[in-house]
Design a protein around this ligand. Structure first.
Ligand SMILES: [Zn+2]
Ligand SMILES: [Zn+2]
Length: 345
């Protein structure tokens, strides 16, 4: 009995993806060659050379696979890496590799990690994501990365408990929805290493962790619903050329404009447009305003949110700060040079 032409070959193809966090086209070639050879072998006894596998072969297998696994909320998606393979090379124009991954389309990191990690470890990951996409993703600096030293500091659970208990006590305790326990430095380092190996995080030469293309493909929906809220509806942004999520690339010179372009999208986009303009507001594209690691490293001024841990002046002169009207009368417009009470006059 045939089931929509879905066969052992299609299953083997999906299994290959299950064994890899992601695959490039080149990595799928020998897999597909073996599958097609096996299928043909039963009748014609000939083998297919991996080099003969084309993008069309891959597209056909992906299409068949996706129609088979969609009811399990799975999908093979593809994405380009947002940063060049070798950022320091002399050839910045080298196109990034497209990667393919079998992802859970309704994925959230808490569920994804639940089978392999403890609640404390998952809470640690959530603190890292909060840092990347909230703390280090502001109007003034869209970093969306975290230094390894900062990540290890986040091993400490955010609330309470200053005494570092390194006994086995913390491990035996299972937190269920309560306040998470801290990870010590070794545990945090081991966890980061595992997230690297499993393809969730990648680490730059300068020691910044960022989400991999695979993680972004998988978590896109969750990131939007988690970090875009009523107050900051556009914290997670998208490239105006390719529509993919934007965590590394360039931004419009106007901070409140939503114009964002990947490095690998810019050249082609401007050629088609025949002008180096922001795709949204049509201002001249600056080319030196960055999103991602370069937003942090190219910015001499440290992110004020990160530089001042706790020395916040009370600023009691403005009277009641509880009113929500304050934000509605154009507070976003000012460049926040100082905290003088302009609105109050
Ligand atoms: Zn793009
Ligand atoms: Zn713009």
């Amino acid at each position: 009995m045939e089931t929509d032409g879905y066969n052992d070959g299609n299953r083997a193809f999906i299994q290959a993806f299950m064994g890899h966090s992601f695959m490039t086209f080149e990595e799928t070639q020998p897999v597909l060659a073996a599958i097609i050879s096996a299928q043909a072998g039963s009748t014609e006894n000939r083998s297919v050379d991996p080099d003969d596998i084309t993008q069309e072969h891959l597209a056909a297998f992906i299409s068949a696979a996706n129609s088979a696994v969609s009811r399990f909320d799975l999908e093979i998606r593809s994405s380009l890496h947002q940063t060049p393979k070798n950022p320091d090379s002399d050839a910045p124009d080298t196109a990034p590799a497209r990667v393919y991954a079998l992802v859970n389309t309704i994925s959230d990191p808490l569920t994804q990690l639940a089978t392999t990690y403890t609640a404390d470890e998952i809470a640690f990951v959530k603190r890292i994501l909060d840092f990347m996409f909230s703390t280090n993703n502001t109007r003034l600096c869209e970093g969306m990365v975290i230094l390894s030293t900062q990540a290890i500091q986040l091993g400490r659970a955010s609330s309470g408990d200053a005494n570092r208990r390194r006994s086995g006590n913390a491990e035996s305790q299972q937190t269920q929805g309560g306040v998470a326990n801290s990870l010590n430095m070794k545990q945090a380092e081991a966890m980061l290493q595992q997230l690297l190996e499993e393809g969730w995080l990648e680490k730059s030469r300068k020691g910044y962790y960022s989400l991999t293309p695979r993680a972004l493909m998988e978590l896109r929906g969750w990131l939007v619903s988690t970090y875009n809220d009523a107050i900051t509806p556009n914290r997670i942004k998208f490239c105006n050329a390719c529509g993919d999520i934007m965590t590394a690339g360039q931004r419009c010179g106007e901070r409140d404009c939503k114009g964002r372009l990947h490095d690998h999208c810019i050249r082609n986009f401007f050629r088609v447009q025949q002008a180096e303009q922001c795709p949204v507001c049509k201002r001249e594209w600056p080319g030196d305003c960055f999103v991602g690691e370069r937003a942090v490293t190219s910015n001499r001024r440290p992110n004020p949110n990160l530089a001042q841990p706790s020395a916040e002046p009370p600023s009691a002169s403005n009277g009641p700060a509880s009113g929500s009207d304050e934000s509605s009368d154009g507070g976003e417009e000012s460049e926040s040079n100082d905290a003088s009470g302009m609105a109050e006059g």
